[in-house]
Write a protein that binds this ligand. Structure first.
Ligand code: SAM
Ligand code: SF4
Length: 324
């Protein structure tokens, strides 16, 4: 459906958990994680009711996220059920990849169309420093397995001056060796991300040119998101940039989000949304649910408030609670 300023909203990101098996320093604390209780997160039945309602409002693509979506029990079945909903054309996932090797077969069988694997370094020491866990081998195994099963695979990397700024060549090298797109996601000053400094796109492009040759803007279509892609000489995949802050793309935003505890978020960085859980648990009808969501989409904020907003609308959640 179109929102109040004519943007076509056809993409929903569903966070299925706020728990994670990694502890990326820019996303979560090592200890003292205050996770939602089992009764606080939406059940699969509730998620499916919402997915059915939004499919009738024009949502065509669903991305499953978290926390780490693969740690939620029963996730494969949820994907299968969402894929079966009339109108939903594509179900994809963003994952840290640790459990992907073990689960790729059943995910492919359930109809998962594509996977974005978050990987910030190919160097095992800096991988451990960033994620606070020693499991680069499992992630690489997961990427290989997903590709071998024909699941479209992309790599997402957040370049951070203090953490992986010095070893991004290894990540870029993935796109040289394999037909896999690598995307650099600009660090956002959300939660623990505020403690670190992003690496600018200009700097990344300069470094790419020095090490791999001149990047040329790519003319082919790479997906439905806001990434801007480049081709490099001899590369099998492309390198993309998603820069929500330095290159705001709110005017063409096509997405809404559902948090694990049932808040329908209309904008990534906007502390406003609609609490759907109490409505679902209060027995709202299918038509009632659809009307609430339709009204919320219509009133989607014009743009995020990274560059300043009032005290009421600045987002206070961490990325692990939003789902990226
Ligand atoms: N655990 C899964 C994963 O890592 O892909 C899904 C959830 S994670 C919150 C989704 C994405 O958000 C990851 O690619 C992660 O790197 C990114 N992310 C987390 N904190 C961020 C921040 N402050 N700025 C930009 N991206 C961030
Ligand atoms: Fe977990 Fe993903 Fe956050 Fe890393 S970025 S701590 S993998 S939710």
């Amino acid at each position: 459906m179109l929102d109040g300023i004519g943007r076509n909203i056809d993409y929903l990101r569903i966070s299925v958990t706020d728990r994670c098996n990694l502890r990326c320093v820019y996303c979560m604390p090592e200890k003292g994680v205050d996770s939602l209780g089992h009764g606080e997160i939406l059940t699969f039945k509730e998620i499916l009711s919402i997915a059915k309602a939004v499919s009738q409002l024009g949502i065509r693509k669903v991305k499953i996220t978290g926390g780490e979506p693969l740690v939620r029990k029963g996730i494969v079945n949820l994907i299968r059920r969402i894929k079966d909903i009339d109108g939903i054309e594509e179900v994809t996932m963003t994952t840290n990849g640790v459990l992907l090797g073990a689960m790729a077969g059943e995910l492919a069988d359930a109809g998962l169309d594509a996977v974005n694997v978050s990987l910030d370094s190919m160097n095992s020491e800096s991988f451990c420093r960033i994620t606070r866990r020693d499991c680069l081998g499992e992630v690489l195994d997961g990427i290989r397995k997903a590709c071998s099963l024909g699941i479209r695979t992309k790599i997402n990397c957040v370049p951070i001056a203090e953490l992986n700024g010095g070893d991004l060549a290894g990540i870029i090298g993935i796109a040289r060796e394999y037909p896999i797109d690598v995307r650099f996601i600009e660090l956002m000053p959300i939660g623990f991300g505020k403690n670190y400094s992003p690496v600018s796109n200009e700097e990344l492009l300069e470094r790419m040119e020095r090490e791999f040759g001149k990047p040329e803007p790519s003319r082919s279509k790479h997906g439905n998101g806001p990434a801007v892609y480049y081709n490099l000489p001899g590369f099998k995949g492309s390198v993309g940039f998603i820069s929500a802050i330095s290159n705001e793309f709110c005017g063409s935003c096509n997405r809404i989000r559902l948090t694990a505890d049932g808040n329908l978020k209309l904008c990534l960085h906007y502390n406003e949304g609609v609490a759907l859980k109490p409505l679902l648990r209060g027995g709202i009808s299918k038509e009632g649910l659809k009307n609430v969501i339709e009204n919320a989409i219509y009133n989607k904020p014009l743009h995020h408030v990274f560059k300043g907003g009032s005290a009421e609308n600045v987002e206070m959640k961490n990325m692990v609670q939003i789902g990226g």
